[in-house]
Design a protein around this ligand. Sequence first.
Ligand code: FE
Ligand code: ZN
Ligand code: FE
Ligand code: FE
Length: 190
Amino acid sequence: MKTTDNKTAATAKETIPRGVTKPKSNAASGLTELFEDGLKDIYWAEKALTKALPTMVKNASSVELKDALDNHLTETEEQITRLEEVFKIVAKKATAKKCDAMEGLIEEAKGMLEETEIGVVRDAAIIAASQKIEHYEIATYGTLRQFAETLGLPEAATLLEQTLDEEKGADKMLTQVAVNAINLEAAEIE
Ligand code: FE
Ligand code: ZN
Ligand code: FE
Ligand code: FE
């Protein structure tokens, strides 16, 4: 009986259907690993943001926008500390693993700076790019918080939810800044 089962498993491994991606030898086999991989990914992303946000602040013309971004930079630094606490909870060394998505979003943001005149139009572009970033973070922290809950890590879930709330707050703040002045002024230029 046992021999037959092993044979079936071995055969299944060899015959991954066409179009199905073959897992790497170190691929995650459980939710714990998937959770930890996600932590490393967002840890990299938050660190990258602490480098990217000052450029956004410098390029913004509106004082309101500069303040909003500056405030979120401070929050981002706290979020990094919070992630380090989560790594401690799961007894893993805090490690960053490149987040391809955030790298792309930051690239796009930089491109939008070059493609806009300084002033309200560039401000509108900064808001657009920043909101894409916040939405990515909201999706990420929502998932990680849920994973933590499922894995029976309530303290980690609470920490991740605090950050999730900050990301949602940043997104709302950016909408507010856009609604208040920038988009209207940018539209008037035409
Ligand atoms: Fe963040
Ligand atoms: Zn990522
Ligand atoms: Fe990612
Ligand atoms: Fe954020």
